[in-house]
Write a protein that binds this ligand. Structure first.
Ligand code: HH2
Length: 275
């Protein structure tokens, strides 16, 4: 019997996906890495700090963000992917909702498609399947323009889980084999919804695929007493990553790789300690 290759989303330790936003308008670091040379240098720094995966994106998905066309998105990310993939070792993920962008990124050496719209576009499923890419299926209610307009759920965990399970089946039917799901912290959710998703995170494990969580610097952390602007949310981001890892997340997506990595080393030691 032929064995399926190991998942890119599973390792003996909690994997850290470092964020490289090649955008003018990302919510916490917009404009800092729009210049390709700066983005490449930032990606290399994150790898040196211990990032297992680099997630490269050319379109902000912050609430209310303006959409970018595929041509502009490709112009932003292509040189960065090409340079960072050149060593043949760095695992690169393309953060995009557009099949055209995914196609170019995969041809330049990216191996993961991270789609915040959950591969709802069938063309995205076809591109990923054709290229043998691994995928992150994230849950988002609506679109970045509309998602924070009064999001409502009867049971946020059950509804998000149900949609992720359905999209996982669709992805499998399209021929994709390496799939990871993500509840989409901050994507069409109130602060309370986000806390509930994290509190009940283990329920997502029943979908039967690895789990990724992206709480880094997000506004639900800023809603708490004492929390400040995005760059002042490091401790909150680490707390959310630690809880996620303890509850079974295989991957966390973060801006502050070195600090999160140090915290997760402790979590991994606790999780693997003898009883
Ligand atoms: N969050 C953001 C972008 N992509 N992908 C996944 N899988 N999960 C997430 O939680 C997630 C994501 C938003 O964060 P950031 O990239 O820093 O901001 P912006 O979208 O403004 O560029």
């Amino acid at each position: 019997m032929s064995q399926s290759p190991p998942s890119l989303f599973v390792a003996a330790h909690t994997l850290v996906m470092g964020i490289v936003n090649v955008t003018p308008d990302s919510f916490s670091d917009g404009g800092r890495f729009l210049d390709p040379e700066r983005a490449i240098a930032h990606g290399r720094t994150l790898v040196a700090e211990g990032a297992d995966i680099l997630d490269i994106g050319g379109e902000s998905t912050r609430p209310g963000a303006d959409a970018v066309d595929a041509e502009e998105e490709i112009r932003r990310v292509a040189p960065v992917i090409e340079a960072l993939a050149a060593d043949g070792k760095t695992l690169i993920s393309i953060d995009t909702m557009k099949p055209e962008v995914a196609e170019v990124a995969l041809s330049l050496g990216a191996r993961i498609v991270n789609d915040v719209s959950g591969l709802r576009n069938p063309e995205m499923r076809q591109v990923a399947a054709k290229r043998g890419a691994a995928v992150v299926i994230m849950h988002m209610k609506g679109t970045p323009r509309t998602m924070q307009v009064n999001p409502e759920y009867d049971d946020v965990v059950a509804e998000v889980r149900e949609e992720l399970a359905r999209r996982t089946t669709e992805a499998r039917e399209a021929g994709i084999t390496d799939i990871c799901i993500d509840p989409g912290i901050g994507f069409g959710k109130t602060a309370t919804h986000n806390f509930t998703l994290l509190r009940r995170l283990e329920e997502f494990l029943t979908v039967g695929v690895p789990l990724l969580v992206g709480p880094s610097r997000k506004s639900f952390l800023g809603a708490l007493p004492g929390a400040g602007a995005p760059h002042e949310r490091l401790e909150g981001s680490i707390a959310a990553c630690v809880v996620s890892a303890m509850k079974g997340a295989s991957v966390v997506r973060v801006h502050d790789v070195a600090a999160c990595k140090r915290a997760l080393t402790v979590v991994d030691a606790i999780r693997s300690a003898p009883q």
